[in-house]
Design a protein around this ligand. Structure first.
Ligand SMILES: Nc1ncnc2c1ncn2[C@@H]1O[C@H](COP(=O)(O)OP(=O)(O)O)[C@@H](O)[C@H]1O
Ligand code: SF4
Ligand SMILES: [Mg+2]
Length: 337
């Protein structure tokens, strides 16, 4: 297995992940294509249940039963298709090549061992030659996130607050110097100010180490500060993707527009902010055909009930929406008329 010295690219192709339910296997991620450009941070946003965590788990081939990756590929430069890895290769990849914080990672620490002991276990399981350097790096990372590294490493998980555990999780994701980092809601247990600080530190470390990073959050406001690209998920699909500032300034998909309207910080006017009506779908309520967003969409067309909108990419921006596509076609016809 070769390792890359520069930020690797990650290409998710036609990924479908299903969960077994009483109604049969239903897709939580469906036909997703997403490229993580080397050296960039990609933010993924979307309401709860959109499939964000399932997508994150797929990047490490870590979907557990009753879930199953039904189709697709996750190609990482230097590693190949992660979905074909198994056993020891996969174990070595996780942590060492792909660092990660899974959602609710603050609960995934071992309650019976100090954080320092768990750090050394992690190092040993990845054949780290110099445990002292590992501890030193861990302390530096913790100090950057405002914690007393020595004290944290001597602590048991129950002696740390939720926010402290979350920062321990981020440290563990970064400490083995993985070049691809996947962070699923890494800052949810933190207050707004600490959240912004931690995201800024993630950005700094990302730049210093030339990483390729995926950050999942339901805080669209916070992502603007850290991400380069933004992917918007709904009902297991990526409905819009593009440079973060462009997507936030001129959202095209009706779902993205609704998400942004709901945030006073982004809509610019508290009195204009309004919640997105309706509720996100569950696996059971997702329509089998047509647009997954149609029940909540103000621009719904007849075709939306029958045909899945395909992703159309123009000038680096991708959108999957019949109404957007139709408007673009009309604009184009006018231009040539
Ligand atoms: N272990 C599971 N068993 C059954 N359904 C699941 C399981 N995990 C997630 N799901 C379903 O898959 C969909 C996507 O979930 P998830 O990936 O956690 O979304 P998000 O992270 O965006 O909230 C949801 O409808 C969720 O209920
Ligand atoms: S495809 Fe149709 S229902 Fe879906 S977001 Fe676009 S207009 Fe709305
Ligand atoms: Mg999640």
């Amino acid at each position: 297995m070769t390792s890359t010295t520069h930020a690797p690219g990650v290409r998710i192709r036609d990924l479908t992940v299903v969960y077994r339910t009483p109604a049969g296997e239903l897709p939580a991620v469906r036909g997703v294509d997403l490229e993580l450009v080397p050296g960039t941070i990609t933010g993924v946003v979307g309401e709860s249940g959109s499939g964000k965590s399932t997508l994150a788990l797929s990047l490490l081939n870590a979907v557990q039963p009753p879930g199953r990756i039904a189709a697709g590929a996750v190609e990482i430069d230097g590693l190949g298709d992660v979905l074909t890895l198994g056993g020891e290769d996969l174990r070595r990849t996780r942590g060492r090549q792909v660092g990660y914080v899974f959602q609710a990672a603050q609960n995934s620490l071992n309650p019976l061992k100090t954080i320092g002991k768990q750090l050394l276990d992690l190092g040993r399981s990845h054949d780290v030659a110099d445990p002292r350097a590992l501890v030193r790096d861990a302390k530096v990372l913790l100090a950057r996130m405002g914690l007393d590294g020595g004290r944290v490493l001597d602590s048991y998980q129950h002696e740390l607050s939720g926010g402290m555990r979350q920062r321990v999780g981020i440290m563990l994701a970064l400490v083995l110097n993985a070049k691809v980092v996947v962070l699923d809601e890494p800052t949810t247990a933190l207050d707004m100010i600490t959240q912004a600080t931690i995201l800024r530190i993630i950005r700094e470390v990302h730049e210093e180490r030339e990483l390729t990073t995926l950050v999942i959050t339901h805080d669209v406001g916070a992502i603007a500060e850290v991400a380069d690209g933004l992917a918007v998920m709904y009902g297991g699909r990526i409905v819009e993707h593009g440079p973060v500032r462009k997507v936030l300034a001129t959202p095209r998909h009706p779902y993205t527009q609704g998400l942004i309207r709901a945030i006073p910080r982004l809509s610019g006017d508290i009195s204009l902010a309004r919640a997105l009506p309706g509720r996100p779908p569950t696996l059971g309520t997702l329509p089998a055909q047509g647009c997954v967003f149609r029940e909540r969409c103000e621009r719904r067309l007849a075709v939306c009930d029958t045909d899945d909108p395909v992703v159309i990419t123009r000038n680096g921006r991708s959108v999957a929406c019949h109404a957007v596509e139709r408007a673009a076609a009309v604009a184009m016809r006018k231009e040539y008329a």
